[in-house]
Design a protein around this ligand. Structure first.
Ligand code: MEV
Length: 330
C-alpha cells in the first residue's frame, strides 16, 4: 500500500495541524560494501537524528521543504530548475507523487543534527522521518513493512541502488545484523551484552555512496576472485563481531573493527584522513577504529569501554570535528 493508493482522505476524521516525527542516524559496526555483495553487516541506530514537522500553508505550490539545518539552510520545492540540492527536489517530487493533490499546500520543516554525506545515514534518516511525518499528518497508519518499502524508493534517489541496510536499521531501531542475497533478506535483532560507546571523528564529506559503490564494483570486476575473497572475509569478521557484541566482549570486538578497517583499506575505500583518525583513536587507547559507511571521506567510529570524550578531544585537537555517540535510547 502507498499513500497514493488512498488519495481520498475522507476516512480521516481529524487531521493534525502539525505532525512531528523523528528518525535516528546510524553507524555500521562492520560489513559495509561487502553487504552489497550478499555478506552480513552489523548496524545500529544512534542517539542523533532528523526531526520533521509537517503543517499546511496556503498557495504553496508545494510541498515545500524548509531546512533549518540539513547541511544547508533554506527552502526546496519539487521543481526541476528550483533552488536547493537536486536530490532533495527529486525526493520532494516523489513525495508529491505518493501523497497526490493534498501535497500542494504542505510545509515540511526539517532539522537535523546528523552531518550530511558522512556515512551516518543522513539521507535514510531524512527519508524515514519524512514518511513518518506525512503519514502522521494525514492520520494514516504506516506499517513497518510499508515504511521500509517507501524509504527504499526515496533512498534510491539519494544512493542509486543501496543494499538497504541504512533505511532498514533506521526504521527498525536498535542493532541489527543484515544480510541480503538474491534469494532472501535476513534481519536479526541483536541485544548487546554490554553498552556500546563510540567517539566519531569526521574526515569531511565523501563523494557519495553511489559513486563509491560503483567505483568498487569496477575494481572488483577487474579482480573478481581477490575482491570476492575480501568480501567473504569481511563476512566472516562480521559473524565474529556479532558473537562479541552479544557476549559483551568489547576488546575482541575492537580488534575485529581494526581488521575490518584493514580490509576496507585494501578495497580502496579508505583515505589518508580516515587512516589518520583511526591511528589517533588507537594511539589514545580506543579498543578499535574503522570508517563507517561508504568511505572515501566521511566518518571514523572508535569503540571505547569508558567515556569516549578523551578520544573526541584527541580528534578535535588534530583539527577534526568529533562527537560522542551510543546506541539510540528508545
Ligand atoms: C552505506 O551506508 C553502506 C554501503 O555498504 C552501501 C550500501 O550498503 O548500500 C557502502
Amino acid at each position: 500500500m502507498t499513500l497514493n493508493q488512498n488519495r481520498n482522505y475522507s476516512d480521516v476524521t481529524a487531521m493534525a495541524d502539525v505532525a512531528f516525527s523523528y528518525a535516528p542516524a546510524k553507524i555500521i559496526l562492520g560489513g559495509e560494501h561487502a553487504v552489497v555483495y550478499g555478506q552480513s553487516a552489523l548496524a545500529l541506530a544512534i542517539d542523533r537524528g532528523v526531526r520533521v514537522a509537517v503543517s499546511r500553508v496556503s498557495h504553496a505550490n508545494g510541498p515545500i521543504l524548509r531546512a533549518i539545518n540539513l547541511g544547508f539552510v533554506g527552502e526546496v520545492r519539487p521543481d526541476p530548475q528550483g533552488q536547493g540540492p537536486k536530490v532533495l527536489r527529486e525526493a520532494l517530487s516523489k513525495l508529491r507523487e505518493l501523497i497526490g493533490a493534498d501535497a500542494q499546500d504542505l510545509l515540511i520543516t526539517v532539522d537535523s543534527d546528523v552531518p550530511v554525506g558522512c556515512g551516518l545515514g543522513s539521507s535514510a534518516a531524512l527519508s524515514v522521518a519524512l514518511l513518518r511525518g506525512i503519514h502522521r499528518f494525514f492520520g494514516r497508519n504506516l506499517s513497518k513493512e510499508n515504511e521500509a518499502e517507501l524509504a527504499l524508493d526515496l533512498e534510491k534517489i539519494f544512493h542509486g541502488n543501496p543494499s538497504g541496510i541504512d533505511h532498514t536499521v533506521i526504521s527498525a531501531g536498535g542493532l541489527i545484523c543484515y544480510k541480503r542475497s538474491e534469494q532472501k533478506l535476513l534481519i536479526d535483532h541483536i541485544s548487546p551484552g554490554r553498552k556500546l560507546k563510540f567517539a566519531i571523528g569526521m574526515a569531511g564529506q565523501h563523494a557519495g555512496t553511489a559513486r563509491a559503490v560503483s567505483a568498487l564494483k569496477e575494481r572488483s570486476r577487474r579482480h573478481p576472485d581477490i575482491y570476492g575473497r575480501i568480501f567473504s572475509t569481511i563476512g566472516d569478521v562480521v559473524e565474529q563481531m556479532k558473537f562479541c557484541v552479544q557476549e559483551g566482549k568489547l576488546a575482541a570486538l575492537g580488534e575485529l573493527m581494526d581488521v575490518n578497517q584493514g580490509l576496507l583499506n585494501s578495497l580502496g575505500v579508505s583515505t589518508p584522513k580516515l587512516e589518520a583518525l583511526c591511528s589517533i583513536a588507537r594511539e589514545r587507547g580506543a579498543l578499535g577504529a574503522k570508517l563507517t559507511g561508504a568511505g572515501g571521506g566521511g566518518a571514523v567510529i572508535a569503540l571505547v569501554d569508558d567515556d569516549p570524550q578523551y578520544i573526541v578531544e584527541a580528534f578535535q585537537a588534530a583539527g577534526y570535528m568529533a562527537f560522542a555517540t551510543e546506541l539510540e535510547k528508545v
